[in-house]
Design a protein around this ligand. Structure first.
Ligand SMILES: CC(C)=CCC/C(C)=C/CC/C(C)=C/COP(=O)(O)OP(=O)(O)O
Ligand SMILES: [Zn+2]
Length: 479
């Protein structure tokens, strides 16, 4: 177990202490400042059960509590989660993946139990269902295979029947090139991503599986710049990550209009510091990953972005472009499909360093996750006022990971961190050597909860606003 700092709530001033008779007269500005500090203290007390004794607070990841919440969940997968009976490989993934992010090693017996359980979910004709004996489905296949690869033992890896998995995927492929989620099921970008990412991960991706997928995903990019679940639908962060990541694994990212996509994703980060999933919706901790990861991926796509920007500045427009300016033929040099080495694309991409600083406010995102999404008893949530759950724990921690720069194999996502690994880039906050540099964050600059309230009021969501007001009684007078 790690001895990372734990959330010791700062002690507040003693309200019973006698007033200082020598207190100097305060200016109006100072009085205002004190009012703000008092409000912050209340917010902090609501969230953490104690008032800070300074206006700055240390934001930390409550690692031990999260580990306890996640491992407890894994040990009680059977009885506690029967309501999510068709989602049990997902539950494994939502717990095993964040535990790996937290550098926590599972004990062998628990790992073997998970491997045995997932083996029972594997269909005899390939793919994994939501539970033993259930219909194989691409989403639960993604969850099961990622869990097994994360566990990484010989027993785990050899339990995956790759030949049957390949046959299952071919069966899920539509003549348009896109994938459907299950036999007779819906066709969408999620299906394309889960199929392509699993195939890439276990090295069964080939031209047969890949053909037509990139063009289908490109058709799902909307006039806003984000990617929708299917052509002509609404752009959404979940599908935007899926579409972009699948195209990267296929080495076809140039099929998207990347500047347009970045523009859309960056502006989904709200004044609350977290991300919303789509235009005019509330921020939610899980989009820290779906949106945060999508924009983090673009830090390694600078060559294509540059080329697309140059094209858009010149008078010449490529033929066959859509409303967003996407070239259907792509703008990089011709690729010959017969010599494509699909096994290399994902691996090489991960190895590539970031070529620019984050194109979103990665410090602010960490503030949202650490301040608003963490639950003191362990686990993470959508936003204050909501309960923790394993889905949000997984994706908030994944979002924290992608919002921290540097080599993920050498760092530990314990405290708020900033900066860029790219040489010569300006660093918003300095890091000392390779160690995480805990920042003291001025909580006054966050204003996270106040903005949540403002947004509810501004968009007429009075019931939600009332909930925020109940949480933040002192803000009432100031809004
Ligand atoms: C790998 C895999 C299976 C990825 C799934 C990607 C993902 C999260 C897709 C989002 C689906 C969707 C339209 C949610 C809207 O929910 P909502 O209306 O409740 O939320 P919102 O108001 O925030 O849009
Ligand atoms: Zn969510």
């Amino acid at each position: 177990m790690d001895s990372s700092p734990q959330p010791a709530p700062p002690t507040g001033r003693d309200p019973a202490a006698p007033a200082d008779p020598e207190l100097p007269r305060l200016t109006v500005t100072q009085v205002e400042q004190m009012k703000v500090e008092a409000r912050v203290a209340d917010i902090y007390r609501v969230l953490y059960g104690a008032a800070p004794n300074t206006k700055s607070v240390m934001l930390e990841l409550w690692r031990d509590q999260h580990i306890e919440y996640l491992t407890h969940g894994l040990r009680h997968l059977g009885p506690a989660f029967h309501v999510l009976d068709a989602n049990r490989p997902w539950l494994c993934y939502w717990m095993v993946h964040p535990l790996a992010l937290l550098d926590e090693v599972l004990d062998d017996d628990l790992e073997d139990d998970i491997v045995d359980f997932l083996a029972r979910c594997q269909d005899k004709d390939g793919g994994y269902g939501g539970g033993p004996g259930q219909l194989p489905h691409l989403a639960t296949t993604y969850a099961a295979v990622n869990t097994l690869v994360t566990i990484g033992s010989k027993r785990a890896l050899s339990s995956i029947n790759r030949d049957n998995l390949y046959k299952f995927m071919l069966r899920m492929k539509d003549e348009s090139g896109a994938f459907r989620m299950h036999d007779g099921g819906e066709i969408d970008v999620r299906a394309s991503y889960t199929a392509i990412s699993v195939a890439s991960l276990v090295n069964i991706l080939d031209v047969e599986l890949a053909k037509g997928v990139g063009d289908y995903i490109a058709r799902c990019q909307t006039y806003e710049g984000g990617i929708a679940g299917e052509p002509h639908a609404e752009a959404h962060g979940g599908y935007t990550f899926c579409g972009l990541a699948a195209l990267i694994l296929l080495n076809e990212a140039e099929k998207l209009d990347l500047p347009c996509l970045i523009d859309w994703v960056a502006f989904r980060q709200g004044v609350e510091c977290g991300f919303q999933g789509r235009t005019n919706k509330l921020v939610d901790g899980c989009y820290s990953f779906w949106q945060g990861a999508a924009i983090a991926l673009t830090q390694k796509l600078v060559m294509i972005i540059d080329e697309q920007l140059k094209l858009s500045y010149s008078c010449k427009k490529p033929s066959g472009e859509d409303a967003c300016g996407t070239s259907s033929s792509g703008c990089t040099s011709e690729k010959s499909s017969s010599v494509v080495d699909y096994a290399k694309f994902g691996f090489d991409f991960i190895q590539r360093s970031n070529q620019i600083s984050p194109l979103f406010h990665n410090i602010a995102l960490q503030q949202y996750i650490l301040l608003c999404a963490q639950v003191l008893e362990g686990g993470l949530r959508d936003k204050p006022g909501k309960n923790r759950d394993h889905y949000h724990s997984c994706y908030c921690l994944s979002g924290l990971s992608v919002s921290q720069p540097g080599d993920w194999r050498r760092r530990r996502p314990f405290t708020l961190r900033g900066g860029s690994p790219a040489k010569g880039e300006g660093m918003p906050f300095r890091r000392r050597g390779r160690r995480a540099h805990p920042l003291r964050v001025d909580i006054l600059r966050c204003h996270v909860l106040r903005h949540l309230l403002h947004r509810c009021l501004a968009t007429g969501r009075l019931q939600e606003a009332a909930r925020w007001l109940a949480l933040l009684p002192d803000l009432h007078m100031n809004t």
